[in-house]
Ligand binder design. Structure first.
Ligand code: CP
Length: 319
C-alpha cells in the first residue's frame, strides 16, 4: 500500500475529501457523546513547529491523545532542527520513531523534502504557500451550517497571494464550489495555483474567479472568508500592508453585498478593525468558533484516513 501524505489539497481526490469530511462529522458526534470508536493506542505523532501556533498545536495534540496515542512537540529551539541538521536526515530519523508527523514550517519545499524521505505520513500544518488542514475544518464547518458544499459560492478577500488564499482556491473547487478570490494587483494567487484550481474545477463543476474588485467577489456569496493582512514573518511590512489591503476588509458594508444568509470564516488569529470588523466576527453570521473547534475533528479524521490508507492501521468504515 502506498504511503499517503497531506501537503496540499491536491493530495486528496474530490471523493477522498468528501470521505474525510464525512468521517470528521462522525468523529465529532462521537466526541460529543464521549465515545471513541477509532483507537490508535501507543501511536506517536511527531509535531514539528518552526512557527507559533495555538489552534494547530492544541487540535493535533488533543486529537492524538483522544485516539489513545501520544504527541511529541519538537521546536527548532530545542532540537537539532534549529542547528541545520539536513531535512532529509531529520525525516529519516523522526519517521523511524513516530507513526505520523505534522510540520509547520516556512518554505513549502521543506515539507516536500521531509515527505520524500519520511517512512510515515506527513501532514502540512502550514507552510508559506498552503494551510490545507485549516481548509478541512473550514469545509466541515460550512457543511454543518449550509449542507452540500457543491454549488456554493465562497469568496475570500484580502492578501490573496498567501497560504490561505491558495488553500481556499484548491479546497473550494475540490468540493465543487465556486471560489472567488479578491485582492490588490500583485497580491493574487500565482498562475500555477490558478491553473491547478481550474483543472480541479473542470473535474467537479466548481469555478474560479480571481479579481481586484472586492464587490465583484462578494456579490451574492454564500461564504465570506478572510485572513490576517500581516502573516507570520511579515511583521516588518505591517504599515504598508495595512494600507494596501484597506479596500478588502470584511466589514458590515462588505457583508451587505453577500447573500443575506452568508456565513463568515476566519482561520484566526483575527485583527478586529483591520481584515475583519468586530461587528462581523462577533456577529450572527460568524461561524469562526465552530471553525476553530473543527480543526480537532477534521484532523482526527485526516490522521485516521492517512494511517489507514498508508497501511499503518486498520480503521473500520474507511475506504
Ligand atoms: N488557524 C491557525 O492555524 O491557528 P494557529 O496559528 O493558532 O495554529
Amino acid at each position: 500500500m502506498a504511503l499517503r501524505h497531506f501537503l496540499t489539497l491536491n493530495d486528496l481526490s474530490p471523493a477522498e475529501l468528501d470521505h474525510v469530511i464525512a468521517r470528521a462529522i462522525e468523529l465529532k458526534a462521537e466526541h460529543r457523546e464521549r465515545r471513541q470508536s477509532v483507537q490508535f493506542p501507543n501511536y506517536v505523532l511527531g509535531m514539528i513547529f518552526e512557527k507559533a501556533s495555538t489552534r494547530t498545536r492544541i487540535s493535533f495534540e488533543a486529537g492524538i491523545a483522544q485516539f489513545g496515542g501520544h504527541a511529541i512537540f519538537l521546536s527548532p529551539r530545542d532540537t537539532q532542527l534549529g542547528r541545520g541538521e539536513p531535512t532529509e536526515d531529520s525525516a529519516r530519523v523522526i519517521s523511524s520513531m513516530c507513526d505520523i508527523v505534522m510540520i509547520r514550517t516556512f518554505e513549502h519545499s521543506i515539507i516536500e523534502k521531509f515527505a520524500e524521505y519520511s517512512s510515515v505520513p506527513v501532514i502540512n500544518a502550514l507552510t508559506d504557500d498552503y494551510h490545507p488542514c485549516q481548509l478541512l475544518a473550514d469545509l466541515l464547518t460550512v457543511k454543518e451550517h449550509k449542507g452540500d458544499l457543491a454549488g456554493l459560492t465562497m469568496s475570500y478577500l484580502g492578501d490573496s497571494a498567501n497560504n490561505m488564499a491558495n488553500s481556499y482556491l484548491l479546497a473550494g473547487v475540490t468540493a465543487g464550489m465556486h471560489v472567488r478570490i479578491a485582492g490588490p494587483e500583485g497580491y493574487l494567487p500565482s498562475a500555477d495555483i490558478i491553473a491547478a484550481a481550474e483543472d480541479r474545477a473542470a473535474e467537479t463543476g466548481g469555478s474560479v474567479l480571481v479579481t481586484v474588485d472586492a464587490a465583484e467577489a462578494l456579490l451574492g456569496a454564500d461564504v465570506v472568508a478572510t485572513d490576517t493582512w500581516v502573516s507570520m514573518g511579515q511583521e516588518d511590512e505591517k504599515e504598508a500592508r495595512l494600507q494596501l489591503f484597506r479596500g478588502y476588509a470584511v466589514d458590515e458594508a462588505a457583508m451587505k453585498l453577500a447573500a443575506p444568509d452568508a456565513v463568515v470564516l476566519h482561520c484566526l488569529p483575527a485583527y478586529r478593525g483591520y481584515e475583519i470588523a468586530a461587528a462581523v466576527i462577533d456577529g450572527p453570521q460568524s461561524i469562526v468558533w465552530d471553525e476553530a473547534e473543527n480543526r480537532l475533528h477534521a484532523q482526527k479524521a485526516l490522521m485516521a484516513w492517512l494511517m489507514h490508507r498508508s497501511g499503518l492501521a486498520v480503521v473500520e468504515g474507511l475506504d
